[in-house]
Design a protein around this ligand. Sequence first.
Ligand code: SF4
Length: 342
Amino acid sequence: MPPPSKHMVEPDGRLASPLLEVRNLRVEFPTRRGTLVAVDGVSFAIMPGEILGVVGESGAGKSMTGNAIIGLLEPPGRIAEGSIWLDGERIDNLPYEKIRRIRGKRIGAVFQDPLTSLNPLYTVGRQLTETICTHSDMHHSQARKRAIELLAEVGIPAPDRRIDQYPHHFSGGMRQRVVIALALCANPELIIADEPTTALDVSIQAQIIALMKRLCHDHNTAVMLVTHDMGVIAETCDRVAVMYAGRIVEIGPVRQVIKSAKHPYTHGLMGSIPGFGKDVRRLTQIDGSMPGLTDTPSGCAFHPRCPQAMDKCRKVRPDLVPVEQSQIACWLFDEAKEMANA
Ligand code: SF4
């Protein structure tokens, strides 16, 4: 298969290649009662230094997509179709050891629970220095100095003292700062951050998001930020992909999506968050819930919850079509395009 060839035009007119490209990804779970499809035909690209938000309710397939990229799908989950490319190199079919190395060095990970990434039996200094030594040719004393610098960079006070403490000596927010330092150890090109603030106090969430945004900007690290929170997306991301029932239903620049969300599901997500000039007393909720993997509706999977569903929506599944700077999978836009072309 040829390498990815999609390019984007930078503001100065140069062609830029995507850092990450996910093409037609399908993740399946074989079960005794048949095959469950968790991610179905998902394609997107992330440019170097770009922050792409992936948003949707629980069960939309966003974490599964992130896990597929870093080779952490839980068995029996498997990539059944499609491919994943990092800087022109295909990475979804690599042997375990190779993808493990890429995961540490070129792709960092920040998960919801900091204790998933930290070993409670080792000091944070040991975990940072070992990671730095594994992915560079620094010896121990240089790595320790670098670890202290990283702790300072992520806002840990008195880092030269705290480096010798264990994870349980840190608060939840401080632990997540350590995890971010750990993810940045090897200067990765991409960080997959899966609900990085969901487990934290609301007052700490904004600090962690601001920290991630600043560090990734300073290090020119791209981020795939998985969240259920459209407010976090609005504050952090350059572009956003909205997922529903394993598929992307809308993808485009954050400003455009927030200003004029087009897909009825994105409308629903936007209607449920305060801000953006809305009266908090008039926040709306999307009726119903995300379908399970065993009961995905026919046609457009959103049709049982969609206030604008038409007959066609129940029978035929819409694909993404370009609308302004975004892409939308909804018959309302396909029909509008056909009428405009008639
Ligand atoms: Fe609603 Fe139909 Fe659009 Fe699906 S395709 S979001 S059901 S209008």
